[in-house]
Each structure stands twice: as C-alpha cells, then as structure tokens.
Design a protein around this ligand. Structure first.
Ligand code: XUL
Length: 531
C-alpha cells in the first residue's frame, strides 16, 4: 500500500477498479491528489481460485469465479481499514472490466441485505450465485447467439445503429442468450443479472444496484440514444423474463444510488453517510480520468488495448468495426472505442519467446531493429481477436507468408508496429482526422520506447498522465462528481487542474510517412488472415 500523509479533517473519495487481473483502488482528496493506491492480484493473492491472469480459459470459453471478486473486495477493504482515511471517505464509485456478467439467486439477494458484520462477505455469499463462473470479456463462444441477435433486427448494421455496436461475442446480451438456451435451469434460478461493475456497487450498497448507461452500451441490449433497454432485444436474449432479471433501466453517471451498507460501516468503519455512485466500465472510467478536450484520443495499453475518443452529440456515427458507447458524465455525449483482445499478454509472450523475458532486451530490439520498413509484417492473435475477427500467428516477408522471420528478434518490433498500424487505419475510418494528440495510459504506457513507436505510427505527439491506474482514478473522480454535484464534470475538473499531462514523445515524421506507405500492403495482408 502506498499512502502519503494528509490532513484527516479532509474529505476523501474512493475509486475501485475490478479489472481482469486485479482489484485496484485509488483514494483522492478534495484537490484530486492521490493519497493512497492499493491492489489485490487475483493469481497471487487469491491463488486458491486457480486463475491464470485472472481468468479460467477453456478454448473460447473464458470465465472468472464470481466469488473470487467478492473475496478480493473483502481483502481490499481489510487492508484499507488499517489506513487513517476510511471514516472520512464521502463517496465511492469505480469501474469493472466491461461486459462480464453476474447471476444472483433469490437467497443470495436476501443474504446480501442481511450480512453479519462479524463475518466476511465471501463466507456469507458462497451460495449467492446461480452461475459460479462469470463469463468475462475474453470469452468468444457466442457466435451463434450474435448472428441470431443481428438477424432479429435486420442485420449487423441495424444492430449497430440501435445499440452502438454490431453483435460481439463478449457483449452481455449474447452471453445471457447462451445461458438462456443452454443452461435453462440456472437461468430460471437467476433472480437478478448484473455486470462486474454493478457487482461492486451492489456489494457496497447491500442490495442489487443498477448498471450505468455506459455499461448498458456494452450489452447489445440498450438503445444507444434513449439509454433504455430495448424490449425486442431483451426478448431475443433472454425471453420475457429478462426485463425483470435486469430489474432497473440503466442510470446516468453521477446520480448517487444510496448510502453505504450498515454492514460495511460496522465491519470496516466507513462513515454512515458515505454515498455509493453508479460504477462504470473500465474504459469509460479511464476516459473520465483523462478529462479529454477536443482533439484528444486515449490509447490504453493494458490486458486489452483500447482506443477511446470523446464524441459530442451529433459527431457520433456507429460503425460495424468500432463501438459507440454512452458517455459516463455527459448524458448527451458518446465514447467511441476500438478494443483489441491481444494486448499486454501477447506482448509478454513475445518478450518471453524472443527477448529472454527481459523488457530491456525487448526495448533494445524495438529501438535497433526494423520490421515493416524492411518488408516484415506480423499478426499475433493468441486469443480470438476482436479487430479483426482472426486467430493465430501470421508472418509475412515481402508479402509472402513465412513460418518465422529470418531474424526472430524482429517479432518484437512487428507485434508492436502491427497493433499501432491497425489503430491508425481504424481511427481514420472512424473519422479521427481531427485528432491532435494521444494520451497514453495502462501498464505498457510506462515504456517510453513503445510510446515512441505509437507516436511514429500515428504521426502525433504522445502525452502520459501521472499515476498508472487510470480506471480507478476515474472512479474516484466519479465518486467526487456524484457526491459534490454542484458543478458540471468539466467545471469540477477545472477547479483543480492536476499537475497535468507530461509530453513523452514527438513523432519522427519521416518514419510516419514510411508507415503510411505500408497501409495498403498491411490492409491486404490482414484481409488474407480474417476468417
Ligand atoms: C472493452 C473490453 C475490454 C475490457 C477489459 O469492450 O472488452 O477493454 O473492458 O477490461
């Protein structure tokens, strides 16, 4: 745990982020300074659940134990209890990995509202879920349900227009449809369905909490313009009874859901007036933490790599390749997003296979080797990729497929270049010509060599925010926004301009020109490998 000394009379705001591999938290004061950060790592701290990188992978079926997340919150709060801040926290919000779903049974909901403060939540909620393994965003096993959902509204484009995205395997509606069709007993035993984000708000409230509109847009079931569940889509995904299992319409960010549960007040010493705000998706929270101005684009390099832009009303067009999601603090605005599944874990495989597990060696090859400039292009999809829909590893020398590059260490530069080329091409298709700078976040943003390559491929300067936990910092800012509520989000941020963004690199425009000259070749090769 890191924390700095601070004035105890102050108010504090807590942000949580239940991501794929960890549960993280960030605590800020009134001036938005970070006073504490803490994390529970699932593989290391909760190894009894047997996850690898936070998940259980069975080919295209990818899940996480729901109870592991409950136990992670127990553990995090136990650590926080020892800090001097808990009684002065006025609001809590946060984020979860998007799309993952949680299935509460009736007894579980009763138990949740009657927790005994002498025991942990984990001990008392062990029979609370009708599905023990929550499907998560890395799952790719619902292609049949996706095609059926698209067909039910007249095709992929029609679904994208209605919900902001065509049907994607990981989107919650398609996951629910799979359970509805293949596991009806468990479906019938389910009283409420929530998301990873709303699991946290529910545990904090001591009752089932709704999802926010940003999270609703990751389900393929919410109307992207009205922010209401679409009854046709609900029926297609889970029959007439799904509406009741979701319980409430999505809510807008910043509307307090209620006060923290008496259980948490008694067990951990929270202030009884501490409010719980809606939790959002990890990408939406990262967007919030960066407080974007026009022309900004976030590139988040984490377990998944994502590209995020803030689109004001009227500037947003849904496409079948990108996602349009409700904005977490601007009810009229949108977040445009690209999401790649093979992010950090894929880069780590390459580091282990070709750079002796050393980031120093990895960096040396990034700086001193040439891949695309010398005709070498690679595509690296260990897991079923989202953009493009492809799986496997493919290498090309002068556009000819090869098993391996003559110099194997070229794989290092090739994986990073190919990810950024894909972003360049998709951003252009999304109408991203007005982008003026890149704001980098996520674990790999700590590596300036990766950021220099990003800058060269996109031809834009790259800035980085201090503090690496964008989503939990965004959560803490949402907690303050919902608690204080006397200003717009922009005004709240303007009152406390943070130390700001640090310029990490400027593009080498000669290199950018070279990358642009390879766009056609890259696009043609990519077409060859798409299933
Ligand atoms: C976004 C997505 C991932 C997860 C990762 O659509 O699937 O970025 O949110 O946590």
């Amino acid at each position: 745990m890191i924390h700095t000394t601070s004035n105890m009379a102050e108010n504090y705001y807590l942000g949580l982020d239940l991501s794929t591999q960890q549960l993280k938290c960030t605590l800020i004061n009134e001036n938005h300074d970070i006073v504490l950060e803490e994390a529970i790592n699932f593989d290391k701290d909760l190894s009894e659940f047997g996850t690898v990188h936070g998940a259980i992978v069975d080919d295209n079926v990818v899940t996480s134990p729901t109870l592991m997340w409950v136990k992670a919150l127990d553990l995090l709060l136990t650590r926080l209890k020892d800090s001097p801040y808990v009684g002065s926290i006025r609001g809590i919000s946060g984020a979860g990995q998007q799309h993952g779903s949680v299935y509460w049974n009736k007894e579980g909901l009763e138990q949740l509202s009657n927790l005994d403060p002498t025991k942990s939540m984990y001990e008392q909620l062990d029979n609370a879920f009708s599905i023990q393994q929550s499907p998560i965003w890395q799952d790719a096993s619902t292609t049949t349900e996706c095609r059926a959902l698209e067909k039910s509204v007249g095709g992929a484009e029609a679904l994208a227009k209605l919900t902001g995205s065509k049907a994607y395997e990981r989107f919650t509606g398609n996951q629910i449809a799979k359970i509805y069709h293949n596991n009806r007993k468990a479906y019938d035993e389910t009283a409420r369905i929530g998301l990873v984000s709303s699991l946290l708000s529910s545990l904090l409230l001591g009752k089932f909490g709704p999802v926010d509109a940003a999270e609703g847009s990751g389900t393929n079931m919410m109307d992207i313009n009205s922010h209401k569940w679409d009854s046709k889509l609900l029926k297609q995904c889970g029959g007439d009874e799904l509406q009741e299992k979701l319980a409430e319409e999505p809510v807008e960010g910043g509307e307090a859901l209620g006060k923290i549960s008496g259980y948490l007040v008694k067990r951990y010493g929270f202030n009884a007036n501490c409010r719980v705000m809606p939790f959002t998706g990890d990408n939406s929270a990262t967007l919030v933490s960066m407080n974007l101005s026009e022309g900004d684009c976030v590139v988040s390099l984490g377990t998944s790599d994502t590209v995020l832009v803030y689109l004001k009303k009227g500037a947003a067009e849904p496409t079948t390749e990108s996602h349009l999601m409700a904005h977490p603090t601007d009810p009229e605005g949108f977040m445009g997003m690209l999401c790649y599944k093979n992010g950090s874990l894929a880069r780590e495989y390459i580091r282990n296979s070709y750079a002796n597990g050393s980031w120093d060696e990895f960096n040396e090859y990034l700086i001193n080797k040439e891949a695309m400039a010398e005709g070498n292009i690679g595509f690296y999809y260990w897991m079923q990729e989202i953009i493009p829909f492809a799986k496997g590893i493919y290498r090309f020398e002068d556009s000819k497929a090869v098993e391996e590059f003559k110099d194997k260490t070229i794989n290092v530069k090739a994986i990073v270049e190919s990810q950024f080329m894909s972003m360049r091409i998709r951003l252009e298709r999304m109408g991203g010509n007005s982008i003026k700078r890149i704001l980098a976040s996520g674990g790999a943003a700590a590596n300036p060599n990766i950021l220099q390559l990003l800058s060269n491929v996109l031809g834009l300067p790259v800035y980085r925010q201090q503090g690496m936990n964008g989503a939990s910092l965004g959560g803490a800012l949402l907690a303050k926004f919902g608690t204080v509520k006397n200003a717009s989000f922009e005004d709240m941020m303007a009152q406390h301009p943070s130390a700001g963004l640090e310029l990490i690199c400027k593009p080498d425009l000669e290199k950018t020109k070279q990358y642009i000259s390879h766009v056609g070749q890259f696009t043609d090769l990519e077409k060859k490998i798409v299933q």
